[in-house]
Design a protein around this ligand. Structure first.
Ligand code: SF4
Length: 355
């Protein structure tokens, strides 16, 4: 149960911004790419759940997101918990596959205090969505309920797509469909090698070019609809098991825009950059921002740099990895790189990956 719990920025806030609670592991679908491998019966008991909610309420986080499994399979408990949280001024959101919604359920959720629902929709048509979701009626049901939410306008919602190798070809069509139906926003998750997605990674995983394509589509439509990078982060923290999705970059030539030049100071922390450090434009890392990179073998402050990715800094206790870029592919050993990046990596449990 506690696997689904995420604490953000605990260093600076009196309480976590958000808790994600997997209220059940049961699910009415068996998606090919389910990060949580949902479907088993290993659930938290009612007593444990209410105790957890009471304890979390005391902390006064900004939001609690109920996820699963399919949280609406535990609708009674969900609504009871939401009422308790509302009384304690804690915002509640939901991540659902949208199959079990109808007008009555939407009203029940809204009245109890649910403020936002993220609904999984993995494509613009029944062929791709039903294939990924393993159910012949999934698209029809979920899309119907999205339209219902849009018409009722009593709970904020966002259709959320998990982009993978199967549906990336439909991604632009998906965005256009959402715009045409006047949805205010969409959520995007990038497929990660976790749960059932790990078992099916050969057919699902994206590569470097795919990420560039997603970035291109996001930039193309970002003024027409709000596009939000969604919550793969909590899964990543708890399930990444030593994998790095940055492997695709190894030995590739990249251009780095340097926004933290050599000898500059971090804008917020007491860190001085002992290397040029920047980002690779038109990329997306695990936190939804551009991919960051250290530049080694250069001894002047730079504005931009072209080189080869010689290593990945894999952060085991953070949500994103970093790249190491140099003009000298075979000059530096792991130990040398580790020493060079220590000025910043000393704050993380990180390892160096080289080819
Ligand atoms: S991805 Fe969501 S809907 Fe699909 S099996 Fe997992 S929990 Fe259920």
């Amino acid at each position: 149960m506690w696997e689904g719990l995420i604490i953000i920025n605990a260093m600076y806030l009196s309480a976590p911004l958000q808790f994600v609670i997997n209220i059940t592991n049961k699910c009415n679908l068996r998606c090919l790419h389910c990060f949580n491998n949902s479907g088993n019966d290993d659930d938290i008991t009612e007593k444990e759940l209410y105790k957890l909610i009471m304890n979390i309420s005391q902390l006064k986080p900004y939001n609690i997101c109920f996820s699963g499994g399919e949280p609406l399979l535990k609708k009674t408990e969900l609504i009871n918990c939401t009422r308790i949280l509302k009384q304690n001024n804690v915002r509640v959101s939901l991540a659902s596959n949208g199959m079990l919604l109808n007008k009555e359920v939407i009203y029940e959720l809204a009245i109890s205090g649910v403020r936002e629902i993220s609904i999984s929709l993995d494509g613009p048509n029944k062929y791709v969505h039903n294939y990924l979701r393993g159910d012949n009626f999934a698209f029809t049901e979920t899309f119907k309920n999205l339209m219902l939410l849009n018409n009722l306008k009593i709970i904020d919602f966002e259709p959320t797509i998990t982009i993978n190798k199967v549906n990336i070809i439909n991604f632009e069509e998906f965005v256009i469909l959402m715009i045409k139906n006047n949805f205010k926003k969409i959520g995007i998750r990038i497929i990660l090698p976790l749960g059932r997605a790990l078992n099916n990674k050969d057919v699902l995983m994206l590569n470097y070019e795919d990420i560039r394509y997603i970035s291109k589509i996001v930039n193309k439509y970002k003024n027409d609809i709000q596009i939000i990078f969604n919550d793969s982060i909590n899964h990543l923290l708890y399930y990444r098991k030593g994998e790095s999705i940055m492997r695709e970059y190894l030995n590739k030539k990249v251009k780095v825009i340097v926004d933290r030049p050599l000898c500059s100071k971090h804008p917020e922390h007491e860190i001085y950059y002992l290397l040029n450090y920047g980002y690779i434009p038109n990329t997306i890392s695990e936190d939804g921002e551009e991919v960051d990179a250290y530049i080694i073998g250069e001894f002047q402050p730079l504005e931009e740099f072209e080189g080869v990715v010689i290593a990945i800094i894999h952060r085991k206790n953070d949500i994103e990895d970093k790249l190491v870029v140099s003009k000298h592919p075979h000059k530096y050993s792991k130990e040398q790189i580790q020493a060079l990046v220590e000025f910043q990596e000393r704050f993380f449990d990180s390892e160096i990956i080289m080819s």
